[in-house]
Design a protein around this ligand. Structure first.
Ligand code: SF4
Ligand code: SF4
Length: 430
């Protein structure tokens, strides 16, 4: 019997699959394989499944989808692979096929569609602010947590545990569209403010602007920018991701800038893929390639231009968690460490398995809470061994996820975005 698991639209590329020589060097870099020990939850096993599906040997059934869903898309396997297998492209295509061709149970579809109707839209997220504020400020949260009422759903429990603390019921005021540099202008950059970021991590955006301004940047923040498309891209909603990409290209190319700076891992890596995902789009492909070349993670940009001005002393024991979409997808590992080490007084200590995913991975922790929790436990185990005062990362999702683990385990470690640590050092100048 021959199965037709895939159609021709965004089909996984057989050339990439053939690059895999089955050496297995990627296995120990794969968080899901480390947890389950099951070959089919490893990169090599998943590639084998993809090949079998293309060859019509297996259907796109529950078992196939389960192994693909469990993949974090962390790309630890790409970093480890000596043959240069572009696993990320494969899993994106497979997810696009699953999204279009596989019918998930009704409640699962409903849950996922709510996530995608809300998360990429800051205004819709903004409507949740007063509710979350009341929930946290009035003691309802304590009541819910102590009652154990959410115990019936692992997903809700995980979501509740991760809620960022909401300091005001109102959406923080928008940043101005243009911010002048401190002193002479040396660079002009654009800033992606992000969806979840602009609502729940406004402070990180403010710190980013302050650090950029401090480093001679004029900052352009287009008001009509939209979601970068990362959540859609990494979940198989390719046409939605492409539409976000086209909109952002139009908005950001209005002004000539030296770099488009991003302070969230998944957003940066998705925007570096605009050219690739718009391949075949005659109106946008070349513009996408040009756009992607300008995208820089904030750590990449600052390390490249060199930190300017004096940093104040911070007497802290600090560690760094590599966000997967910074370390693996963008191959940025040294730059953040270099920046942290430049701060006087910091004692930097490496975190064991810092480049193994913490289980956050976009919406992964909301759809696969069991595996996500196991990976978080692993992270907490490694944190206990080095006992830092501060954990730094370049991605808000990782900070939320690990922050939840730190609170639950009473570790008393503060979590900061890299740019918040730099901002703190600049503000600590005597
Ligand atoms: S390391 Fe690369 S070539 Fe080797 S099994 Fe993994 S994906 Fe295949
Ligand atoms: S992307 Fe991450 S979870 Fe998925 S196969 Fe590669 S290493 Fe494993």
């Amino acid at each position: 019997m021959v199965f037709k698991a895939f159609d021709d639209l965004d089909k996984p590329d057989m050339e990439i699959i053939r690059d895999c020589v089955h050496c297995g060097f990627c296995l120990t870099s794969c968080p899901t394989y480390l947890q389950t020990g099951n070959e089919l939850d490893s990169p090599r096993g998943r590639i084998y499944l993809m090949r079998s599906a293309i060859e019509g040997k297996i259907p796109m059934g529950e078992a196939f989808v389960k192994h693909m869903d469990l993949c974090l898309g962390c790309l630890g396997c790409e970093t480890a692979c000596p043959s240069g297998v572009l696993y990320g492209r494969l899993i994106e295509s497979v997810r696009a096929q699953i999204e279009r061709r596989y019918r998930r149970p009704f409640l699962e579809r409903l849950y996922r569609s709510v996530l995608f109707k809300v998360f990429p839209y800051p205004r819709r997220l903004g409507f949740l602010l007063p509710l979350l504020y009341l929930y946290q400020a009035t003691g309802i949260r304590k009541l819910v947590q102590s009652s154990g009422i959410l115990g019936f759903s692992k997903r809700l429990l995980h979501m509740e545990g991760m809620l960022p603390s909401v300091e005001s019921p109102f959406l923080s005021s928008n940043l101005p569209e243009r911010i002048e540099p401190r002193g002479r202008r040396q660079f002009k950059v654009a800033l992606l403010t992000g969806c979840i970021q602009s609502v729940f991590f406004h402070k990180t955006n403010l710190a980013t602007v302050r650090v950029l301004v401090q480093n001679g940047c004029e900052v352009f923040i287009p008001r009509d920018q939209v979601c970068c498309g990362a959540l859609s891209l990494h979940s198989g909603r390719l046409s939605e991701a492409r539409e976000f990409a086209r909109l952002n290209i139009r908005v950001f190319e209005r002004e000539e800038v030296d770099a488009i700076v991003v302070n969230s891992a998944g957003c940066g890596s998705a925007m570096k893929e605009y050219g690739e995902i718009l391949r075949g789009d005659r109106g946008y492909y070349e513009r996408g390639v040009r756009f992607s070349k300008k995208v820089k993670d904030i750590s990449e940009f600052l390390a490249e231009v060199g930190l300017q001005g004096n940093l104040g002393e911070l007497r802290l024991r600090v560690t760094y968690q590599d966000a997967c979409h910074i370390a693996h997808a963008q191959r940025i590992k040294e730059q953040p460490r270099k920046l942290i080490r430049q701060i006087p007084g910091i004692e930097f200590v490496e975190l064991g398995e810092s480049d193994i995913c913490c289980g956050s991975a976009g919406i992964y922790n909301l759809v696969e809470p069991d595996m996500s929790e196991k990976l978080l436990e692993r992270k907490i185990f490694n944190l206990r061994r080095i006992k830092p005062q501060v954990l730094v990362s370049g991605n808000p999702g990782c900070l939320l996820q690990i922050g939840m683990g730190i609170r639950k385990n009473g570790l008393g470690i503060k979590t900061l975005h890299l740019v918040e640590l730099l901002d703190l050092a600049y503000r600590n100048r005597s």
